[in-house]
Design a protein around this ligand. Structure first.
Ligand code: ME8
Length: 517
């Protein structure tokens, strides 16, 4: 059977500043999904990148006294570095300033134009540069000083100029049909409902070009106009598959299986993007899934408050895997979440060092100390042993079900429920006593524990790739037996193998001052 393809993307960030933890979180979560799909046998293409054009970039650059290209180059370098810093397995990094992207965007524009969906007129209305979004008067709130704010709290400016328009109004019914036919096109449900009511409220044609700045992609045939940055940005997802070149090595990856984005940009992805694609006659992505926002101890992060969290610093302070685990376990994927140093230390010490780390360390050091490092063969299994193994065997199906809704937190919760049971099993069987009274039972309990650890480590690889690889090394699991095909009862851990000397994988968090003593 040919390998099933899976194409997943993050949003492409504006490189108008350094990456913050919101960007890091989106990358980690998308990476965990991509890794899960690879381990589950899919041919995965995972894309991330940066969204370099537009007025926001140009204005930031002007304020800093550099060119927009310099600003984009400087910050894109940081965004790229975030990949290895967080152990992201993205297969490509796209920049909207690349030549390949200009070609695709221009071709898409021409297709929409040929479909009769683009016309020249005059725009008069409100625009928020910070959101790079047009707002209707009815969406704005009037401040005491007479200024108007967008629903996101950003200021808006009145814009009046010649502009190309996209016939968005024509797609209202088609979009509603799409949400109806494909109920999981937008998720989670709260976002789907928000989008349906927005579209039902009526769609106006969309201004898709501007003439008052030049940092962007020129409109084909009328370079005085620069394309609206969202037309340009959204198209990155097809650019990376080489469209319109049908012979591009990645051509078969379009349509994308999932766009993972933050909840603030759902309108662009679930209303504008499918409309552009329908107009151009391209297949639609299968799903748009929104994660929530991260807050610092419950407060919105902002540069002016000075509470923006740096993902590089966090990975350095706690370790990449502990940080990945924390965010994916603590924040139900799709909902908002909060970060605090106390919460991360609590998860590190309780879930990782105690629950998983101790179980591995205690059981594997018994093998090392008492059995010369040879993993025992199991004797006859008791009902309790069989029940323990069954729990572990059931994990993959549960994980797949949770993954169908991108419920990463549930995969981890279910896995840690198995770890809790394994701890009860281990302690309840008192292997330290069995060692003398019943060497065969001693061996069986250690083997069952090792087998549960093997499955747990395989399932948790997408979230903590390095730590799980080390645990699988300690369990003597060969590199080619670490995919989901090796899970369940099909490929039990082999008794009789000599295991490497165990070492701690999940350290307790120690405050830097204390460790310096
Ligand atoms: O929106 N918590 O770029 P961006 C969680 N260029 N996620 C957050 C967050 C937070 N505090 N702050 C931002 C853009 N994000 C566009 C995207 S896609 C074709 C173009 C998320 O740099 C945000 O929701 O403002 C978005 O998904 C991503 O970070 C990039 O945000």
């Amino acid at each position: 059977m040919p390998q099933e393809r899976f194409y997943i993307t993050t949003a492409i960030a504006y490189p108008n500043g350094a990456p913050h933890i919101g960007h890091g979180y989106e990358l980690i979560a998308t990476d965990a999904i991509a890794r899960f799909m690879r381990l589950d046998g899919r041919d995965v293409f995972f894309l991330t990148g940066s969204d370099e054009h537009g007025q926001k970039m140009q204005q930031t650059a002007e304020r800093e006294g550099i060119s927009a290209r310099e600003l984009a180059d400087r910050n894109t370098a940081r965004f790229r570095e975030m990949g290895p810093a967080l152990n992201s397995s993205n297969d490509d990094y796209i920049r909207t300033s690349e030549a390949r992207h200009y070609q695709t965007v221009s071709a898409l524009w021409q297709r929409m134009e040929a479909a009769g969906d683009i016309y020249l007129d005059k725009y008069a209305g409100w625009y928020s540069v910070r959101d790079e979004a047009y707002y209707d008067e009815s969406e704005l709130t009037l401040q005491p000083d007479g200024k108007r704010l967008a629903p996101t709290g950003t200021p808006v400016d009145w814009v009046e100029e010649e502009s190309y328009f996209f016939r968005l109004s024509k797609y209202q019914d088609k979009l509603l049909e799409l949400y109806d036919r494909q109920p999981d096109f937008v998720g989670p449900d709260a976002r789907r409902n928000e989008i349906i009511s927005f579209v039902k409220g009526g769609l106006k044609d969309l201004s898709i070009s501007r003439t008052t700045f030049d940092w962007g992609i020129p409109v084909p045939g009328n370079p005085k106009h620069i394309m609206y940055v969202w037309v340009d940005a959204l198209t990155n997802y097809v650019t990376a598959t080489g469209w319109p070149d049908a012979n591009h090595p990645r051509a078969a990856f379009w349509p994308a299986d999932a766009h993972i984005i933050g909840k603030d940009i759902v309108r662009f992805h679930a209303v504008y993007w499918p409309s552009f694609l329908m107009s151009a006659g391209l297949p639609l992505p299968k799903r748009v899934f929104c994660h929530g926002f991260l807050f610092n101890k419950g407060e919105k992060m902002s540069k002016s408050v000075g509470n923006v969290i740096d993902p590089f610093a966090l990975a350095k302070a706690y370790g990449i895997d502990a940080m990945r685990y924390f965010f994916l376990r603590e924040v139900p994927f799709g909902q908002d979440g909060s970060y605090s140093p106390e919460a991360i230390v609590q998860r590190m010490n309780a879930d990782l060092a105690n629950d998983l780390g101790n179980l591995a360390q205690r059981s594997l050091s018994m093998v090392a100390k008492n059995l010369d490092g040879r993993l025992p063969e199991p004797g006859p299994l008791t009902e309790e042993d069989a029940a323990m193994l069954e729990l572990a065997d059931a994990l993959l199906d549960k994980a797949r079900t949770a993954m169908a809704d991108f419920a990463l937190h549930q995969i981890l919760a279910q896995t840690w429920a198995v770890i809790a049971e394994a701890n009860r099993y281990f302690a309840g069987n008192e292997p330290w006593a069995l060692r003398k009274t019943s060497p065969e039972r001693f061996g069986t309990v250690l083997w069952v524990t090792a087998e549960v650890l093997r499955q747990v480590a395989i399932i948790t690889q997408p979230v903590m790739p390095d730590s799980c690889a080390r645990l699988l090394d300690l369990l003597g699991v060969p590199a080619d037996a670490r995919s989901f095909a090796a899970i369940g009862g099909k490929a039990r851990i082999k008794g009789g193998a000599i295991l490497p000397a165990p070492s701690g994988i999940f350290p307790r968090y120690v405050e830097p001052e204390a460790s310096a003593e």
